[in-house]
Design a protein. Structure first.
Ligand code: A3P
Ligand code: MG
Ligand code: MG
Ligand code: MG
Length: 395
């Protein structure tokens, strides 16, 4: 009902919207005026949403960086689904949620996010919650632009649980993966803070904070050391293109474009570092059919989408093992960064990903990203290899 009411208010206030200059819109938006937002249309600008998302992702990135620097073993728990979750996953979700929700009138904020507070509300979770609250407050206190009272443990739990929306095809919903690539994070490798925005079921904006991704190309793998700054922030919004800037703000945003390579033998591909997340024998077959010569670039998280958006790799192949269901937060921000950089993200049927169905993505076997020119030939190689796959290894 609430979503329906908000949806209607977008229509009611469309005239107000068009009367306001874009400069004023940004100023007003940051002063918590949201109810007059229009429904998605060609004329809709999501610039101010990107500004808010960027601020939230930068804040969360600082917490993640600080935890990764001093990562202690006891700061990693195992969730029931056997994926690791750290105090940084929770802390990042609490910070992004807190940072965004304070810009909305009470009750009008909706977010679909990976984590929830259930384990933190148990006796065993009490010290973990204590630590998360401390990290969240340290991060807020270190930001000179934020002059607010410290959050209580209850505030932190509430902020985490604001991510419990079911999303769907109506209204606006933020989509958050507070740490994508937790395994990479724990290993000291790549991870991303991935924040997208859905408007009536379509991803309209996205920000990817990649604290360990070098600003220089990783086409030949991630260099062990580099003089270039490390830490990228990719952002995109519908019709406005995609950009990369440094996470610390020292390098200003510049437009990014996917690779224009048209010859698959000159193409490179990327995939998950974790072989449990994608069938690497299948992706090797697909690469073989395409005549790809270079070995795959294997990195964790949606940092792959960011790297691809600036041309570091030409094709992204992801084929989870049988029974795995993809979640929207693992792809929403990355998908818009790629599409706004001129690429395409699709499943094995060639269909774009459908983010309108709730917390899960229902798709036809696998996720593929590449440039528009290569889509048909990559798709045909994918379909050929899937057909030839032994029935036992099939999805
Ligand atoms: N068996 C599996 N198959 C495919 N993806 C999986 C998986 N188990 C976990 N994942 C997802 O893969 C994500 C990491 O992506 P990548 O493989 O590109 O590094 C994880 O995100 P989290 O780390 O946020 O849990 C998780 O959602
Ligand atoms: Mg996880
Ligand atoms: Mg994830
Ligand atoms: Mg995650």
């Amino acid at each position: 009902m609430l979503k329906q009411a908000l949806h209607q208010s977008h229509y009611l206030h469309q005239q107000d919207w068009s009367a306001i200059t874009s400069r004023a819109r940004i100023g007003i938006a940051s002063r918590k005026v949201w109810s007059w937002r229009p429904v998605v249309s060609m004329a809709t600008s999501y610039h101010e949403d990107v500004v808010l998302a960027t601020r939230a992702v930068r804040l969360a990135s600082r917490l993640c960086q600080s935890v990764q620097r001093g990562l202690l073993k006891q700061e990693t728990q195992t969730k029931a689904d056997k994926s690791p979750v750290t105090v940084a996953d929770y802390g990042s979700q609490a910070l992004v949620s807190w940072s965004l929700a304070r810009e909305y009138p009470s009750g009008s904020f909706s977010m679909v996010a990976e984590e929830d507070s259930e384990d933190l509300r148990t006796e065993e979770g009490a010290p973990v919650l204590e630590r998360i609250t401390q990290l969240v407050n340290e991060t807020i206190a270190s930001d000179a632009t934020l002059d607010v009272a410290p959050l209580s443990k209850e505030d932190v739990l509430e902020a985490i649980d604001r991510g419990n929306s079911e999303g769907g095809s109506n209204g606006r919903h933020w989509v958050l993966d507070p740490i994508d690539g937790t395994r990479g994070f724990v290993r000291g490798d790549q991870y991303a803070i991935a924040l997208g925005l859905l408007d009536n079921g379509k991803v309209v904006a996205g920000v990817l904070g990649c604290p360990n991704l070098p600003m220089e190309s990783i086409a030949n793998g991630v260099p062990a050391s580099s003089n270039e700054p490390v830490g990228c922030l990719f952002s995109a919004s519908l019709g406005a293109g995609a950009t990369v800037e440094s996470l610390d703000g020292s390098v200003k945003p510049k437009p990014v474009h996917v690779s224009s390579v048209e010859d698959t033998t000159a193409a490179t591909f990327c995939e998950s570092y974790e072989s449990a997340h994608s069938m690497q024998d299948l992706t090797a077959n697909i690469a073989g059919v395409l005549g790809v010569k270079a070995p795959p670039v294997r990195i964790d998280s949606q940092a792959k989408y960011g790297a691809m958006a600036r041309g570091d790799a030409v094709i992204y192949l992801r084929f989870p093992h049988k029974g795995y269901r993809e979640k929207i937060w693992d792809h929403a921000a990355g998908a818009i960064v790629i599409t706004e950089a001129g690429g395409e993200v699709f499943d094995a049927a060639g269909e774009p990903l459908d983010f309108s169905r709730g917390r899960w993505l229902d798709l036809e076997t696998g996720i593929i990203a590449t440039n528009k020119k290569l889509k048909p030939v990559v798709l045909s190689a994918v379909q050929k290899c899937l057909k030839e796959q032994k029935p036992s290894a099939k999805h």
